[in-house]
Write a protein that binds this ligand. Structure first.
Ligand SMILES: *Cc1c(COP(=O)(O)O)cnc(C)c1O
Length: 409
């Protein structure tokens, strides 16, 4: 093999303004370039405990079991669903975009009886709609997505915990895209499980999924665990319960690895943990409220600029995520050509769309390290230049001025 054909990795410089991944904070990259230590080195177990404490802050929770699942965001989703769902359990999934469908798909693999309610893409559910469905279905779990980047909508969750409590339903949300840039109150909202990822508002690389579990969720998972250890429970004898088929995603075992027992499970991904620790440390150092306000400010400035260009926004504005904007592609413009020119001539990546929105919207993110004024201004000026070049006439300069006006309010 001619090894000289393989150059050292040197990716082109890019400004990632899509729905994630985004550019990692350089401080996170520096944390990830430090040397490895052994997995039971007291320094390492100390870092693991610090990570648990830091992510309690990020998730706004007192939950003891707040830890990392190694793998991308869907590793956290799978670990929770696999560990919580018993075959045959009814689950309810309110679907308002692609990631609701992902929850259904994973829940079906867990052999749940999956029930869905749907709203058109660009809308969210009212608490009443969800309560009505819970009354009808009587699920054991409610599986929600907080911010679905496919539609840029943010599902209000604050009233759902009380509803779930009333009907004895376990309440989960996928907060991958929203955490750190939008309010999420794990304890105050009565969430039993939340999972997230690094590559959105947390400003890190994908590959680690922080999760948090309430004591109710822990109890549900521990019950499965006893079955697995061979202790027969009533549920087991009735054939209702079964062993969790994944070793890697068995949260009972992962808790025993992160807890004081330190029972060997996987080898914790040290470098990824250093990165995740730095993401949380930076977020809490900034202050969660300040970080959310920053995402709101830059999201609004982008929106002002987009509208000043004469472009339309996709979806229900009252329920927009702070950190990603759906922009309608003008009818006589080829959306992919715009993305190509943005990338080739300006080194800026903006997002395409999924499913019913393919060819209809771009998705522009302002999140994590890229929720910054210079990133917004650069993206607006590049998009305006590209659109004018392709024949979509704007009042040139108006977008930048409108965003600038928002910043000087
Ligand atoms: C981006 C996103 C994910 C990403 O999952 P990965 O496994 O990290 O690719 C998951 N859920 C939601 C809601 C997202 O927006």
């Amino acid at each position: 093999m001619d090894i000289s054909r393989f150059a050292q990795i040197n990716p082109p410089p890019r400004l990632l303004m899509g729905p994630g991944p985004i550019n990692a904070d350089p401080r996170v990259l520096r944390a990830m370039s430090t040397q490895l230590i052994g997995q039971y080195d007291p320094a390492m177990t100390h870092y693991m405990n610090e990570v648990m404490a830091l992510y309690r802050g990020v998730f706004s929770t007192e939950n003891r079991w707040t830890l990392l699942v190694d793998g991308t965001s869907r590793a956290g989703i799978e670990a929770i669903l696999l560990s919580a769902i018993r075959p045959g359990d009814k689950v309810l999934v309110p679907v308002f975009g692609r990631f609701g469908h992902l929850l259904c798909e994973i829940a079906r693999r867990c052999r749940a009886e999956v029930h869905t309610i749907e709203v058109p893409w660009g809308e969210v559910f009212t608490p009443d709609q969800i309560e009505d469905a819970i009354k009808q279905v009587r699920p054991r779990l409610l599986l929600t997505v907080q911010g679905d980047t496919s539609t840029t909508m943010l599902q209000p969750l604050d009233e759902l915990g009380a509803i779930c409590r009333r009907y004895n339903v376990l309440f989960y949300t996928d907060a991958t895209a929203s955490l750190g840039g939008n309010v999420l109150e794990t304890d105050a909202w009565g969430l039993d499980a939340v999972s997230a990822g690094m590559q959105k508002c947390l400003g890190g690389p994908s590959g680690t999924s922080p999760i948090t579990l309430s004591s109710r969720m822990e109890a549900a998972i521990r019950q499965r665990r006893r079955v697995e250890q061979g202790i027969r429970t009533a549920a087991h004898q009735d054939g209702e319960d079964e062993m969790i088929w994944s070793n890697y995603f068995d949260l009972g075992m992962i808790m025993d690895y992160w807890g004081p027992e330190r029972l060997n499970h996987h080898t914790e991904a040290t470098t990824a943990l250093f990165g995740a620790r730095e993401c949380a440390r930076l977020l809490l150092q900034e202050g969660l409220d300040n970080a959310i306000a920053r995402h709101r400010l830059h999201g609004e400035a982008l929106l002002c600029g987009i509208e000043a260009m004469g472009l339309e926004i996709f979806g229900d504005r009252r329920h927009r995520m702070n950190n990603v904007l759906g922009v309608m592609i003008p009818s006589d413009i080829d959306g992919e050509q715009v993305r190509r020119l943005m990338l080739e001539d300006f080194a800026i990546e903006i997002g395409t769309a999924f499913g019913p929105l393919i060819g209809k919207i771009w998705r522009i993110g302002t999140m994590g390290y890229n929720a910054r004024k210079d990133c917004v201004m650069q993206t607006l000026s590049a998009l305006e230049a590209v659109l004018n070049r392709l024949g979509f006439r704007t009042v040139q300069g108006a977008a930048l001025q409108a965003a600038w006006d928002r910043y000087s309010q």
